[in-house]
Design a protein around this ligand. Structure first.
Ligand code: MG
Length: 231
């Protein structure tokens, strides 16, 4: 009996070695990415210089470029030329430094994934409005977990992980999801996205891919450092 223990151990360690080797062989080595920013595998949608990745809602994109930022100027929303599906998106924005209005009229813009599902951009610093319409909200669906807004005029970040709703062969829709960090703070935690857009989105219906849209809501909101990683 005493002699079987080392023998068992030998078999046990041999088994672990073989299984371990098989597991290692099955797992592909993750690709090397220089984290940047922007990460080396990201598509840069705006680098402060031009609007070549965008078209305008009414034709050529006409937002003003100023100090490395693009500025909403009443010429209509911006729409990416390329379509995207599941993705990680980084975008920086700033509400006007001079406060002129209140509620939804203050620093309003929006980031629409697939041109359909809006993460609200709003100056939510000491600015009351309905919860699912404030900064970091999945507009009309989900209020942010917290209000992580910076002061008007200060640069703010959104990091968005988006999974699109899917339509199966039988027509049944599986919800997508939003995970959003506002200034590095979690505000949407894997929140389900229904298939059909319910806000006033320009793009309708369920789709696997669509453009990224930045809303012109009439307030001179600035954007910079926009990059996306298709997932
Ligand atoms: Mg908006």
């Amino acid at each position: 009996m005493i002699q079987t223990v080392p023998l068992f151990r030998t078999f046990a360690s041999l088994f672990c070695f073989v299984v371990g080797a098989a597991t290692d062989a099955a797992a592909a080595e993750p690709p090397l990415v220089n984290p940047g920013p922007p990460p080396s595998d990201a598509i840069v949608l705006f680098d402060g210089k031009d609007l070549s990745q965008w078209r305008g809602e009414h034709g050529a994109p006409q937002w003003r470029i100023e100090d490395g930022a693009m500025v909403v100027n009443g010429t209509g929303s911006l729409i990416t030329r390329e379509n995207f599906g599941d993705c990680q998106l980084h975008i920086e924005w700033a509400a006007p430094a001079v406060v002129q209005d209140e509620g939804q009229g203050r620093g309003n813009s929006g980031v629409y994934l697939l041109g359909r599902y809006e993460i609200q951009v709003l100056d939510s610093y000491n600015n009351k409005t309905y919860p699912d319409g404030q900064a970091g909200a999945f507009y009309g669906h989900a209020a942010p977990l917290v209000n992580a807004a910076r002061k008007p005029g200060e640069w703010q970040t959104y990091d968005i992980i988006f999974h699109a709703p899917r339509t199966a062969a039988d027509g049944k829709v599986t919800p997508g999801s939003f995970t959003v960090l506002h200034n590095g703070v979690l505000v949407q935690d894997h929140v389900p996205i229904p298939g059909e857009p319910t806000t006033a989105a320009q793009f309708k219906g369920v789709a696997a891919k669509g453009p990224l849209v930045l809303q012109d809501h009439g307030n001179p909101v600035r954007f910079r450092n926009i990059w996306i990683r298709p997932l």
